[in-house]
Design a protein around this ligand. Structure first.
Ligand SMILES: Cc1cc2nc3c(=O)[nH]c(=O)nc-3n(C[C@H](O)[C@H](O)[C@H](O)COP(=O)(O)O)c2cc1C
Length: 187
């Protein structure tokens, strides 16, 4: 991977524009672009897209070899394929990523899994509880298993509680997210 040419796709799973997760992701990306100024970065707010849930028809496993559902995933698939690095950014909803992001991730089922091999994956999250066990660690475990299955390199998981301070009121957390992006090391 040539750092200058790195392509990074962020799937933003919060339905709240300018909410905690959006601010966290922006801060991380800002830092990342300070170091990798030539990097191609794309952020897709999946909650604003029309993404139907996988219906398990298995057409993608047959002659079609790709997902037959016609919705915005058809435009998102090439971005996933292109990216060297995939960021999943999501608030914790009921001990996991949001439904909007999970619907998108479920649709990876229709892709050629070998395309994920060697890509980096990052998980950025915000959650209301002051205990990471209230969902963040469970989501991390799930993403780690998914990354392992797909041959991806799960390089960073970072989450912050918004229970006492929203991200808007927490410049220290935003600075930390920016630093993590800036000091993020590509091989
Ligand atoms: C439907 C729903 C479910 C939630 N479930 C959890 C949860 O299981 N654990 C937790 O710590 N916080 C939970 N929260 C709190 C959010 O994760 C938290 O407020 C987050 O920072 C919101 O991010 P956003 O501003 O990007 O939407 C939940 C919030 C909502 C709306």
């Amino acid at each position: 991977m040539i750092p200058g040419k790195v392509s990074c796709l962020a799937l933003m799973g919060s339905p709240r524009k300018g909410g905690n997760t959006a601010l966290l992701l922006d801060a991380f990306c800002r830092g990342f672009q300070q170091t990798y100024s030539q990097a191609f970065m794309e952020i897709i707010p999946v909650a604003e897209k029309r993404i139907k849930p996988c219906r398990g028809c298995d057409a993608c496993k047959g002659a079609e070899k790709s997902c037959i559902i016609k919705d915005d995933m058809q435009k998102i698939y090439p971005s996933i394929e292109r990216g060297d690095m995939l960021i999943l950014a999501s608030p914790i909803y009921w001990w996991h990523m949001t439904t909007q992001l999970k619907s998108c991730v479920d649709r990876f089922y229709g892709m050629d899994y070998s395309l994920f091999q060697g890509k980096k994956i990052v998980f950025l999250s915000t959650f209301g509880s002051t205990q990471a066990e209230s969902g963040f660690t469970i989501a991390c475990d799930s993403i780690a298993s998914m990354a392992c299955f797909l041959g991806m390199d799960f390089v960073l998981a970072w989450g912050i509680s918004t229970g006492e301070l929203s991200l808007k009121e927490n410049p220290i957390a935003l600075k930390e997210a920016e630093r993590l992006g800036r000091e993020f090391l590509l091989p």
